[in-house]
Structure formats: structure tokens, C-alpha cells
Design a protein around this ligand. Structure first.
Ligand code: LLP
Length: 404
């Protein structure tokens, strides 16, 4: 059990609720499973910081050999602060500003995943300004459907991400001809919560053809970055990474490029739970509600993607199971953490654990309804834990505001 009841009870007594609780061991186990299954390929695992950018989580991964995938100057700042080796950091995203590009170049990161011709020009200008040669990788849009939620599908033509192969050819020629650009890699990222290796295989086959053509044109790459996106089973454990390794392995070996993966969710989702407290129970016609102190501002995934997170009570009450929705105090009908849960109705004050909340939980949280953001805790041993982010206060809500 990642979240032993006795320990969780002590944590919530100390920190209050809502609180995110992460298991360091589980994060390391997940990284270990990736390393083991991909051993023959020796890839660099660049943790997608956006999944959970808490410094303690990031430091744990950095200390254990991971690199980082960042998508903003802020994430780059966090990654450097957490101790990731700059030579293991890559920068992705469709809209990097000139300042962000310069920051990445000054930091000496491994490469920058470029997503449009104009961005490549901006990168060249930034590199020229710093009298540097920028290491570039082009993000391909291979037009592959990853069969996932439309909001997290990125590798289909028509999405804002990447460039088609034809356009990519133009980007590589431009980079090759420039004194300030060095084409070093090729990147794709198909989407998130992908549950089959098939889309990766399809994209890889197309990318391999393209890479061979590039070689004929004198562009010799070093890195193949196949993105993140490997999913977790409905709300819990990561899908076994072995299937993915076995599927992409042969093609990657044949190409002879260094492999990079950008896992986010699969490393941290199951390692996190959101602990909330039952405030009130009520009925509305046929529906039963349990109102908790955690809400959509803390965990937006159920409201935004219709994501289903398993919920378990810290103490299981006796009595027959009843179906109810778990809703928060936010003034929106879309504010729910789970719908149609079947459990004995919790008592007021009971703690519920919303599972699989380690990824895109706190990192997507907000102060909507002027709710201070939750605390974050890292379980570091059998009986040890640390607060790794304090609960925000009312003062934090107004900290940046200026009275006029
Ligand atoms: N690399 C790139 C370029 C990405 O855009 C992403 C995620 C990843 C790696 C990591 O993907 P992962 O391994 O975590 O699936 N907020 C959504 C997920 C958005 C994913 C965005 N990009 C959710 O809560 O489901």
C-alpha cells in the first residue's frame, strides 16, 4: 500500500486537508521499472515536469539519474533548481518566447524541440545574440491517432503541435545551413494517457524513413525523442513499460540513435493521493452528495477531462453501499472529484483518499473561488514524511496584488 492508513491519519492530523500525499518509494519503483524494461536501449528518461513540478519530487528523480522535459521558462527554472544536469534537460512546447529560448541556451541544455519555422528563426536569432550554436530537434507531427481524450491528443495533423514531415525537411535544411543552429534530434509526442504501443510503432516507422532521407541529405542526428504519454490503468498503476520497450526496441536499435523518453504521468500518477475531509452529506432528489473540503480547484481532472479517480475511505464505515457524488465547495455544477461512487456513506469528518492524483493534480490546481492551494507531503520512509509545500494562506491569495 502506497498510503498506509496509520501514516495518512498522522499526516492529515498535522497538515489538515486537502493535502496531496506522494510516495517517494513509488516514484522510484516506477522509474526503476522503466529503467529495467528499457535496459538494452539505455535511454535518457526526461521527466515531464508539468505532471508534478514540486521540487522534492523533481529532486528525487534528478538524484536518480533522470533528466527533465520542460515546457516553459518557469519549468526550466524549477528543473535547474532541483538539480537536473542541464545536459539532461530538453525544452518542448509550441510557444517559447525569445527570452525563454535565450534562457535555455544560456543554461546549456541538451536540445530544444522546435515546433515551427518561425520558432526556428527565433532560436537562430537568440543563438546569434549569445554567439552560440543552438542544439535543435524538430518536433514532427506524424499524424497518428493515439486514441485518447481529444484534449490530450497531440500527434494528429490539425493539432497545433509539431510540423508535418514535408515542412520538417525545410526546418532541417535551414538548421543545417545556419552557423547558429545544429540539428541534433527528432522528436514526436503523440498525446497522453496512451494505452497501447501501436501509435508509437506507427510514428516510429514514419520517423525512421524520414531520418534515413535526412541522412542522405547530409543531416546526421544523434537523438530520437519519442515523447511521453505512456498511460496508467484506469486511475491507478502505470501500464507495464515492457510492452512499449519491446515494440519500439528493434526500430530504435536499427536507427542507432540515442533514445529519449519524456514520461510524466506514468512516473508519478499512482504515487500520489489527494486526502480530503467530508464536510456534509446531502440529498438532491434521487442523488446523494458527499461534500468535501477538496474541490475542482485542487484536482481539476474529473471536471475537465471526465477523468475517473478511484476514491477510498481512510476508515471504511459499516453499512450498505450507497451511490453518491463527491463534490467540493466551489460554486460550479462541474465541481466534483468523483461521480457515482459506491461506498458506505462516510461520516462527517471522515477522510477520503482520491487516488492516482500524483500527476496533473497539484500542478493544475488554482486558487479559484479564492481557495488557498493545498499542502503537499512526501512520504520518505516507512514512518517518515515531510511537508514539501506549505498550505497557502489568505495572505498568499493577495500577495502579488497592488492597492490603488
Ligand atoms: N512531452 C510533451 C511534449 C508533453 O506535451 C507531455 C504532456 C509529456 C511529455 C508528458 O506526457 P505524459 O507522460 O504525462 O502523458 N493535463 C492532462 C495531461 C496533459 C499532457 C500534456 N503533455 C491530464 O491531466 O490528463
Amino acid at each position: 500500500m502506497n498510503f498506509p492508513a496509520g501514516l495518512v491519519k498522522r499526516i492529515v492530523e498535522k497538515t489538515g486537508t486537502p493535502v496531496y500525499i506522494y510516495s517517494a518509494q513509488k516514484i522510484l519503483d516506477n522509474l526503476g521499472a522503466y529503467k529495467k524494461q528499457f535496459a538494452s536501449l539505455q535511454p535518457l528518461f526526461c521527466y515531464a515536469m508539468k505532471a508534478n513540478s514540486n521540487g522534492a519530487v523533481a529532486r528525487l528523480l534528478a538524484r536518480n539519474g533522470a533528466g527533465a522535459d520542460v515546457v516553459s521558462g518557469g519549468e526550466l527554472y524549477r528543473a535547474l533548481r532541483a538539480g537536473f544536469d542541464p545536459r539532461k534537460i530538453i525544452f518542448s512546447g509550441v510557444g517559447k518566447t525569445a527570452e525563454e529560448l535565450a534562457y535555455a541556451l544560456r543554461s546549456g541544455i541538451l536540445f530544444i524541440n522546435v515546433e515551427s519555422f518561425e520558432e526556428l528563426e527565433a532560436l537562430e536569432r537568440a543563438a546569434a545574440g549569445l554567439k552560440l550554436k543552438a542544439p535543435v530537434s524538430v518536433r514532427i507531427n506524424p499524424d497518428v491517432d493515439p486514441h485518447t481524450h481529444k484534449f490530450i491528443t497531440t500527434g494528429k495533423i490539425g493539432s497545433k503541435f509539431g510540423v508535418a514531415f514535408k515542412e520538417a525537411g525545410r526546418l532541417y535544411s535551414f538548421a543545417k545551413a545556419s552557423r547558429h543552429l545544429e540539428p541534433v534530434g527528432l522528436h514526436f509526442h503523440l498525446g497522453s494517457q496512451i494505452d497501447s504501443p501501436e501509435p508509437y510503432a506507427k510514428a516510429l516507422a514514419a520517423a525512421a524513413n524520414f531520418i534515413r532521407r535526412l541522412e542522405k541529405d547530409g543531416v546526421k542526428l544523434k537523438y530520437l525523442d519519442i515523447g511521453g504519454g505512456w498511460g496508467v490503468k484506469e486511475g491507478s498503476e502505470m501500464l507495464p513499460p515492457g510492452i512499449l520497450a519491446r515494440t519500439v526496441g528493434p526500430a530504435v536499435k536499427e536507427l542507432g540513435l540515442a533514445l529519449i523518453l519524456e514520461p510524466g504521468r506514468s512516473l508519478v500518477a499512482a504515487a500520489g493521493a489527494l486526502a480530503v475531509r467530508t464536510l456534509y452529506r446531502k440529498k438532491s432528489g434521487p442523488k446523494n452528495y458527499v461534500i468535501t473540503d477538496g474541490a475542482m480547484n485542487d484536482l481539476i481532472r474529473p471536471a475537465f477531462y471526465g477523468a475517473r479517480h478511484p476514491v477510498i475511505p481512510l476508515v471504511r464505515r459499516r453499512g450498505k453501499s450507497v451511490r453518491f457524488d463527491i463534490a467540493g465547495p466551489v460554486c460550479e455544477s462541474g465541481d466534483f472529484l468523483a461521480q457515482d461512487v459506491g461506498l458506505p456513506v462516510p461520516l462527517r469528518g471522515d477522510i477520503l483518499l482520491v487516488l492516482s492524483a500524483g500527476a496533473y493534480g497539484f500542478s493544475m490546481s488554482s486558487q479559484y473561488n479564492s481557495r488557498p492551494r493545498a499542502a503537499e507531503v512526501l512520504i520518505t520512509g516507512k514512518n517518515s514524511w515531510r511537508v514539501v509545500r506549505k498550505r497557502e494562506t489568505y495572505k498568499d491569495l493577495v500577495a502579488g496584488e497592488i492597492n490603488v
